[in-house]
Ligand binder design. Structure first.
Ligand SMILES: CC(C)(COP(=O)(O)OP(=O)(O)OC[C@H]1O[C@@H](n2cnc3c(N)ncnc32)[C@H](O)[C@@H]1OP(=O)(O)O)[C@@H](O)C(=O)NCCC(=O)NCCS
Length: 168
């Protein structure tokens, strides 16, 4: 398996991976809506490929943490692996690669809304632990934060997603 940044020619395969993994088109559309936005980070849209075929995709993009100041932080969404390739370590490999790149870019925090069983193994914890408030009315264990090496304790507030996420 090879993990690399997405290129223009990957776009259809990425859309297919997301549609198959989620069983709906919302996440594939989200990726397409984020790409032209300011929050899009080309080096943090990664694909996993096996023998030249894209089997997984992860996207981190900028969202806001609004506290005493507004801080740009990373939102992780979506993460998808083709159904027939799931539970083989591909999602974990994409996550680790993404977190390493984010750390190397001196990003501070990653936010995710998802399954605690999956994300806690990468160091995500409920956002309330860090004084970070979710914009969604979800049980607090589903809205998680991973502080990166450049995180500082003063980073608190409410997460605000850009309009690209409105349809989710
Ligand atoms: C979630 C997803 C990205 C994980 O990718 P993956 O390649 O299957 O994950 P890995 O093989 O690296 O799995 C790592 C561990 O997470 C667990 N895991 C995987 N998916 C899980 C899920 N949906 N809920 C809970 N645990 C899960 C696996 O059991 C595995 O643990 P194990 O190796 O000890 O058995 C993939 O299953 C997927 O695309 N699911 C559909 C879309 C989705 O739900 N995306 C995430 C949105 S929160």
């Amino acid at each position: 398996m090879n993990i690399r940044c997405e290129t223009l020619t990957d776009y259809p395969a990425i859309a297919e991976v997301n549609t198959l993994a989620f069983g709906q088109e919302n996440e594939a559309k989200l990726v397409e809506v984020i790409r032209p936005c300011d929050g899009y980070i080309p080096e943090l849209s990664l694909v996993a490929e096996i023998e030249g075929v894209v089997v997984g995709h992860i996207l981190f993009s900028y969202i806001d943490l609004v506290g005493e100041q507004t801080l740009q932080i990373l939102g992780l969404a979506p993460l998808a692996v083709r159904p027939e390739f799931q539970r083989q370590g591909i999602g974990s490999a994409l996550m680790k690669a993404g977190l390493e790149i984010a750390d190397s870019k001196k990003e501070t925090i990653v936010i995710v809304l998802g399954h605690p069983e999956f994300y806690t193994r990468f160091g995500f914890q409920p956002s309330v632990v860090y004084g970070i408030e979710s914009p969604f009315p979800v049980p607090e264990e589903f809205f998680m934060v991973k502080p990166l090496q450049s995180y500082q304790e003063s980073y608190k507030g409410k997460v605000v997603y850009p309009p690209a996420f409105d349809a989710m």
